[in-house]
Design a protein around this ligand. Structure first.
Ligand code: BEZ
Length: 390
C-alpha cells in the first residue's frame, strides 16, 4: 500500500515530535536519587538524619538541583553487609536510579561502591568511612561528603599523646569502621611514643560490654580509645560509667560516640572528649542558619549525620549545575567537585585527590546536651587515600 504524500508528511512530523520531546523530557525530567540508608537497627537514627539533611538542602533550592526536580527511591539496608549487593542492585537495575546516595555502615558501602563501579553509577557516600572507598576502591564517579574512618582516629591519637597518656586500651566493634578508626588512632599515638596495650572488640552490632569492661578495669591503662556509634554508643557510654570506669580511666573516642546520642546518654557522657569534623557550638553564620532551618523543619537538633546528608545534596547540586542537569556527563561532574569549595555548616571544605573531604577535625567536649568545640585537633586533614589510583 502506498500512502498519500500528506499522510507521509504527517507521519514524519509525528515521529519528529515524538522523538525530540522524549530526549528533552529525559534531560529535564526528575533526577532519580536512590537513597540506600539504614532505617532500622542500631544506625536507624543516623539514616534518618542523613535523609533529613539531604532533603533540607534540596528544599532550600526550591526543590531542584541543576534545573532538575528530584525524585527519591528508598531502600532500608538494615546495616547488613550480606544484603548490600541485592539492595543496591534493586536501585540500579530495577529502579534505574541516576545517582546513588548511601550509606552509613562501612561493610554495606563496600557492596555499594563495587556495584557503582561495575555499573558506572554516580555514588555519593554521606557517612560510611570505609578507608577502601577512597583507597583501593576509589573511582572518578565516587565521592564522599563525610570522612574516612582514619581521620577522627588519627586526630585523637595526637590529642591523647599530648595529654601525656602512655598506655591505652582500644575497644570497638569488629568491622571496618572500628578497625580503621583504631588504626588511625594507633598510627599517630604510637608515632608520638604511645603504646596500645590491648585491642578489644565485640562483633557488630553486639552491645554486651560487661566482660570487656571488667578486663579494662584489671589492665588499668592510662586511657581508653573507642569507636561506637548510634545505639551502641549510647549503651557503651552508659555501661562505662556504670562500671565505675569513667572516674578512674579517661575515655576518648571518635566523635560518633557522643553525636546524636546525648539525650539518651545524659550525665554519663558529661565531660567526654572526642574528635570529629563537626560540633554543636561552631558559632558561625553558616552553621547557625543551617541549625535554625533544620530545627524549624524537623523539630530536632541536627547532628553530624544531618550535616553530611546536607553536604551530599550540596555536592550533587554542584555537579548538576556544572553539567546543566545531565548526570551522564561524569567527567564534567567530577571536575566540578574536584575544584569545589563546599560551603558546609561544619566549615568550608575541599575534596581531596581520593574524593574525600579535606577538613578540620575538631576537639569537642560534652557539656550538658552539646558537643562543645574546644579547639581544632587537626587542621585541613586529608585522608591519605592509600591505594587509590584513578
Ligand atoms: C561506618 O560504619 O563507617 C560508620 C558508622 C557509623 C558512624 C561512623 C562510621
Amino acid at each position: 500500500m502506498t500512502l498519500p504524500r500528506h499522510a507521509l508528511l504527517a507521519a514524519a512530523a509525528a515521529l519528529a515530535v515524538s522523538t525530540a520531546p522524549a530526549v528533552h523530557a529525559q534531560a529535564a525530567g526528575p533526577l532519580k536519587v536512590g537513597l540506600m540508608l539504614p532505617y532500622t537497627g542500631t544506625y536507624a537514627a543516623l539514616g534518618n538524619a542523613i535523609e533529613n539533611g539531604f532533603r533540607l538542602y534540596i528544599a532550600e533550592q526550591g526543590g531542584k538541583l541543576g534545573g532538575r526536580e528530584i525524585a527519591f527511591v528508598k531502600v532500608d539496608d538494615e546495616s547488613d553487609p550480606a544484603k548490600a549487593t541485592d539492595n543496591v542492585n534493586k536501585l540500579i537495575k530495577r529502579d534505574n536510579v541516576d545517582v546513588l546516595v548511601g550509606t552509613v555502615h562501612s561493610g554495606v558501602v563496600a557492596g555499594m561502591a563495587k556495584a557503582a563501579k561495575d555499573s558506572g553509577t554516580m555514588l555519593i557516600v554521606p557517612n560510611a568511612g570505609a578507608d577502601a572507598v577512597t583507597g583501593p576502591m576509589c573511582a572518578k564517579h565516587i565521592f564522599r561528603s563525610s570522612f574516612s574512618n582514619w581521620q577522627p582516629g588519627y586526630a585523637m591519637g595526637e590529642v591523647v599523646a599530648k595529654k601525656g597518656h602512655k598506655k591505652v586500651v582500644t575497644i570497638t566493634w569488629k568491622y571496618a569502621a572500628g578497625d580503621e578508626s583504631v588504626g588511625g588512632f594507633k598510627e599517630s599515638f604510637t608515632k608520638a611514643g604511645g603504646q596500645i596495650v590491648k585491642e578489644l572488640t565485640v562483633p557488630f552490632p553486639n552491645v554486651e560490654f560487661q566482660a570487656l569492661l571488667t578486663e579494662i578495669a584489671s589492665i588499668k591503662p592510662d586511657a581508653v580509645y573507642t569507636f561506637f556509634a548510634g545505639g551502641g554508643a549510647v549503651k557503651f557510654v552508659k555501661d562505662y560509667a556504670a562500671a565505675g570506669l569513667k572516674k578512674t580511666i579517661p575515655l576518648y573516642g571518635a566523635g560518633f560516640l557522643t553525636d546524636g546520642t546525648l539525650d539518651a546518654q545524659g550525665a554519663d557522657a558529661d565531660g567526654l572528649l572526642t574528635t570529629l569534623h563537626y560540633g554543636d557550638s561552631l558559632d558561625t553564620p553558616r552553621d547557625k542558619s543551617f541549625r535554625l532551618a533544620y530545627a524549624t523543619a524537623y523539630k530536632l537538633q541536627p547532628d553530624v549525620y544531618a550535616v553530611q546528608g546536607y553536604d551530599a545534596a550540596q555536592m550533587l547540586g554542584i555537579g548538576l549545575a556544572a553539567t546543566k542537569g545531565d548526570i551522564a556527563k561524569k567527567a564534567e561532574f567530577a571536575a566540578a567537585l574536584e575544584k569545589a569549595r563546599i560551603d558546609s555548616p561544619r566549615g568550608a571544605f575541599t575534596i581531596g585527590k581520593s574524593h574525600n573531604p579535606v577538613q578540620d577535625i575538631y576537639l569537642r567536649q560534652v557539656v550538658g546536651k552539646e558537643n562543645k568545640v574546644v579547639g581544632v585537633a587537626s587542621k585541613a586533614l586529608a585522608d591519605p587515600g592509600r591505594g587509590c589510583r584513578m
